[in-house]
Design a protein around this ligand. Sequence first.
Ligand code: NAP
Length: 463
Amino acid sequence: MTYQTINPYTNEIVASFDDATIEEVDAAIGAAHDAFLSWRDTPFSERTAVLAKAAALLRAEKRRYAELLTLEMGKVIGEAEAEVDLSADILQYYADRGETLLETIKVPVAMTSEGEVEIVSEPLGVILSVEPWNFPYYQVVRVAGPQLLAGNTILLKHASNVPQAAAMFDDLFERAGLPAGAFKNLYLPHDLTEHVIDDPRVRGVALTGSEEAGSIIAAYAAKAVKKSTLELGGSDAFVVLKDADIDKTVEWAVFGRHWNAGQVCVSAKRLIVVDDVFDEFIAKYRTGVAALLMGDPMDAATTLAPLSSQGAADKLVIQVEKAVASGAMSEKLGAKAPAKGAFFQPTILTGMDSSNPSYYEEFFGPVSIIIRAKDEADAIAIANDSPFGLGGSVFTKDTVNGEKVARRIETGMVYVNHPTMVKADIPFGGVKHSGYGHELTNLGIQEFINKKVIDVVDINAAF
Ligand code: NAP
């Protein structure tokens, strides 16, 4: 069985679930399509009421929802509660704005003979949402919130290690009053993914995950001529300029690299520090990282969680070994990781440059690549020397210059004096190998919409 809950703190199997059969998959597609035919015409007031109710349920039962996240993928309980809040915020964002995000646009035309032109927004149909385990609720809501508001319906294929978090959404949306079939979690085996995407009733696919999975799923969508969005990996640059407030910057760097145990697409994975402040920064960073406390993620005192699985921890060990074999220097920090569980000892990698193949890889865990830059221009060049283009940040007391530097960084998002943020009211998306398309806000809701042009011409107008 592919779908299993394995507690990463103990490595014990908690529960296993059968893969969906092709008959179950076809039935779910049929139900999602039938639900779409009425949901698309359901008044916005009813759609927003469902989203608001789902948000309220998440908030009311925050602890229960949070504990499941900590059990299934190991994140510390405080971060799990914050994820539940963030997911509720996203649902509420769309509940509050409703129809205003999809208002009909009048198109000004030069001649009366061109008619009255408008652009109306219509949902496409059933959307397949393929999501990763690192934020098991937030990732789902990022797609489901806007797309349900838009009138689309959703089939969810969640990561195989968070099956119970995935199933929570069937229950949540049912209790919130969503019609049957409009959202369905499927324990979809990989070999049925193309079958789903090929089905004419399925009109698009939104994937968040690795580059590898993204290119496979997007190829299925392209073959079937369907819209896809890809939110993929990243290796965010965290640029420290010579006038940065080093103490505060170090605090953000330690947080930015280690929250969610470093398993965030927008983690500060490459710390690029200009020569003038490099030695001070790295000394203070070592101290900050060494102070992180590994332990039971259910314990509020724990500040560094285990990784999501033993497999993820083992993969990271090999990745660090390869980086070292190609010339990097590795330094382990802090108290020794607990012997049991999927823990990974926080590690700093220095001496990395473009001659090391690992330099261009994403390290998904508490591994910090620290790079010395000659000056600001060199720091920008290093930041842009990456196949990824997701987020990034610049630390400086001169925010005017910070904004200028931000404009020169080739990513989808750049923050000045903050690691890349994840908020309900800020759009999210990357470029280059980090994917295409946007999620959240008014940008995210447009991704699976037919922007239909309607032109009403007066038959009596001159030719
Ligand atoms: P992953 O292996 O690509 O898995 C993501 C999802 O894709 C899972 O549901 C997975 O299902 C599914 N999947 C993978 N291969 C598939 C295939 N051939 N057919 C059908 N489904 C397939 O990613 P991950 O390693 O779990 O997640 C971490 C990656 O996601 C990192 O690269 C991270 O940076 C990225 N990420 C990006 C964002 C963003 O917004 N840009 C956000 C979070 C994470 P199974 O579990 O069944 O394999």
